[in-house]
Write a protein that binds this ligand. Structure first.
Ligand SMILES: Nc1ncnc2c1ncn2[C@@H]1O[C@H](COP(=O)(O)OP(=O)(O)OP(=O)(O)O)[C@@H](O)[C@H]1O
Ligand SMILES: [Mg+2]
Length: 295
């Protein structure tokens, strides 16, 4: 197996990235896919849910070597001081969630306040640091069909390294003017990040060889739709913006057919580490994505 890596991102906060990752992980596993979830949000809210609801104690008590922070921390020291050392990690960082899927947590309680945002600040903006994440993921990806990455609503060298190593990405958005503007900005950032390192940078040849092809946008999906609101105008304005962008940039930006409604049951179940039995929105969206990427 060679897992496909998908990141779920949007710089807009609260559009349902974390909720989507958890629901995708569950629905893909229910469809017999082997799933790994990686949380690179420095707030580690997904990790908190997965650790506690997955019966691994509490995130604040998790041994430090069982976090993604530990991996970044060690590699940063290795690169700075002992570059010829070869690092190996045991499997304790990867945990099982309810016999359903695997995950590797990050922690905001990691030593000396080295949350992922602090660790990202300790990295330099070059290929060596940007390769840390993929170097570790390559050691474990064989076991999986699919790896989901929950991204924060912000940019740092760790999120950039996630963009570079991913095969695909998905963007949840809310249908209002401001949020939809942010979507095009986000796509631009991904395109430019890839271009900066893998197409025009001084080490572009090496970077492209190492990271592979540019991540493909599986699609944008509308999230948190409220039953009583008419979205026709917001949607047609958004589609017009997308059309314009597609023409200018000669790219295709798919909008997924499945939409996710704002249901209290989805929110409630997600924070319990479960999926909604009442609502099938995420089941349908997961099927659509599986079909698109042919797994
Ligand atoms: N389909 C849904 N129906 C109802 N509530 C939802 C749904 N999806 C997400 N929520 C709620 O919306 C809020 C934001 O969701 P979530 O944390 O997943 O967004 P996010 O994009 O990951 O946020 P951040 O940018 O802060 O990481 C949460 O309180 C969550 O429970
Ligand atoms: Mg989130």
């Amino acid at each position: 197996m060679d897992a496909k890596i998908i990141f779920i991102g949007n710089y807009k906060g609260g559009v349902g990235k974390t909720t989507s990752v958890l629901n995708f992980a569950q629905h893909f596993s229910l469809n017999d896919k082997k799933v790994l979830v990686l949380d690179i949000d420095p707030q580690s809210s997904l990790s908190e849910i997965l650790v506690s609801k997955g019966n691994h104690g509490s995130l604040s008590k998790l041994p430090e070597k069982e976090t993604l922070n530990y991996i970044f921390d060690l590699y940063i020291t290795k690169i700075e001081k002992y570059n010829s050392l070869e690092l190996r990690f045991d499997s304790s960082i990867i945990k099982r969630f309810k016999d359903c899927f695997d995950f590797a947590p990050s922690s905001l309680f990691y030593r000396e306040n080295k949350g992922l945002d602090q660790l990202a600040l300790m990295m330099k903006d070059d290929i060596q640091y940007l390769s840390i994440f993929k170097t570790w993921v390559d050691m474990v990806r064989e076991e999986y069909d699919i790896i989901f990455i929950d991204c924060p609503p912000s940019d740092n060298l760790i999120t950039r390294s996630a963009f570079l190593m991913s095969d695909y990405y998905v963007i949840p958005t809310i249908l209002d003017g401001l949020s939809t503007n942010g979507v095009l900005h986000y796509i631009n950032t991904i395109e430019n990040t890839y271009k900066e390192y893998c197409e025009v940078g001084e080490d572009a040849l090496l970077a492209k060889h190492f990271f592979g092809e540019k991540p493909q946008l599986i699609g944008i999906f509308y999230n948190l739709l409220r039953g009583q609101v008419n979205y026709d105008k917001a949607e047609s304005d958004f589609v017009a913006e997308i059309d314009k962008y597609e023409k200018i940039n000669e790219v295709t930006i798919p909008i997924l057919k499945s939409k996710i409604n704002n249901f209290i049951d989805i929110a409630r179940k997600t924070w319990e580490g479960e999926v909604s039995n009442e609502k099938t929105d995420f089941e349908e969206l997961s099927q659509e994505i599986m079909k698109k990427i042919q797994i």
